[in-house]
Write a protein of this length. Structure first.
Length: 356
């Protein structure tokens, strides 16, 4: 199985991508709205298509990216029906099974943090995605949003601690950099509910946490009851100057055939050496030459109303050029992946000066 654990530093949220190697079907658990570009870049590079977008609960500390994933992949949004949220396609219920290729997740109802929390468990019980119910050496707070400490005690004890000891626990958050635990570890070492803890011990611990409310509470709750669907203003703001995609490494890219069709509307910046510019591969007609190692010192020479497209031999140096330009305040910038090697391979027009 393809498995990736991703992290949002602002909300300390883990997003999980699980994919089937043969079918290329995938599920995404607890996506973050602001990390949509990162997540879709990775899915694209891994050649995965999202079959389901899952949330463990209605989050209070970040806005879900479920709606955005549905726009790209037409992936049904899965969330507990306890919230009566808008835009939900599948109301998750205890015992429900969701398959993706050769794999499946079973839904276990684990309320307590909220009344609709669920845990997603792999069909072989090797992995459990517990959201904000059981955390690594902790448990989700129960002091708002229909939380109930007694209900959480029962959820953890009956639905999570009943899993095999070797089952890996993947939480919705961690604030100390911990990534994974096991059922056995939490049974033994969890200071809130592990060891010889009884329900009154757990209740006493949880009722005295004294935590402030999440900073994004006022924004996140109403947004997540809409599955993260943004306002019309945001949707209009997504219209861009070209079909730019962003790689998992954070590099904006434009396919070379699109660039070739729109050269008159673009400022093409070649960041190779002068020798390469006039050498074997030649250069794109109308391109401006500023070698990469001179770009920072000469960046004031770039005065254009047009979007900037960077290019080099293979697309590596020009990828760095996009980052330099973005740091300097240029917001309409993209790299040509594969560079002039790929451009020549595709036999695209507008190459001049190459050696035959």
């Amino acid at each position: 199985m393809i498995f990736r654990q991703l992290f949002d530093a602002v909300s300390s949220t883990y997003t999980y991508i699980l994919g089937c190697e043969s079918s290329r079907e995938a599920v995404v658990i607890d996506s973050v709205f602001e990390q949509h570009q990162r997540d879709t870049a990775l899915l694209r590079e891994l050649n995965l298509r999202v079959k389901y977008s899952l949330d463990t609960h209605v989050h209070a500390d970040h806005v879900t990216g479920a709606w955005r994933l549905k726009q790209v992949y037409n992936a049904p949004i899965v969330l507990s029906g306890e919230y009566h949220a808008q835009c939900v396609d599948i109301a998750a219920t205890d015992g429900m099974v969701l398959s993706f290729g050769n794999y499946a997740l079973a839904v276990r109802a684990t309320p307590g943090h909220t009344n609709g929390c669920v845990t997603y468990v792999m069909s072989d019980k090797s992995m459990a995605f517990t959201g904000d119910c059981l955390l690594i050496r902790g448990a989700g707070r129960t002091d708002f949003q229909s939380g109930d400490v007694h209900t959480m005690w029962q959820s953890i004890r009956s639905q999570i601690f009943s899993l095999p000891d070797h089952c890996l626990i993947y939480p919705g958050h961690d604030y100390l950099g911990r990534t994974v635990s096991t059922v056995a570890e939490e049974k033994r070492f969890n200071p809130r509910i592990g060891g010889d803890a009884r329900e009154e011990d757990f209740v006493g611990y949880m009722q005295n946490l004294g935590l402030p409310h999440p900073k994004q509470l006022a924004i996140a709750l109403p947004a997540n009851l809409q599955c993260g669907q943004p306002s019309d203003d945001f949707t209009r703001a997504q219209v861009t100057w070209g079909p730019v995609t962003v790689t998992f490494a954070g590099i904006p890219e434009l396919e070379p055939d699109w660039v070739a069709r729109h050269l008159e509307d673009l400022y093409v910046l070649d960041v190779r050496s002068l020798q390469e510019f006039n050498g074997e591969l030649g250069h794109i007609q109308g391109a401006t030459l500023i070698p990469l190692d001179e770009l920072r010192a000469r960046i004031q020479e770039i005065k254009t109303e047009k979007p900037i497209v960077t290019v080099c031999q293979s697309g590596k140096r020009s990828a760095m050029a996009t980052q330099i330009l973005q740091s300097a305040g240029f917001d309409r910038v993209a790299n040509i992946p594969g560079g002039l090697i790929h451009w020549s391979r595709l036999a695209l027009p507008a190459l001049v000066g190459g050696l035959s």
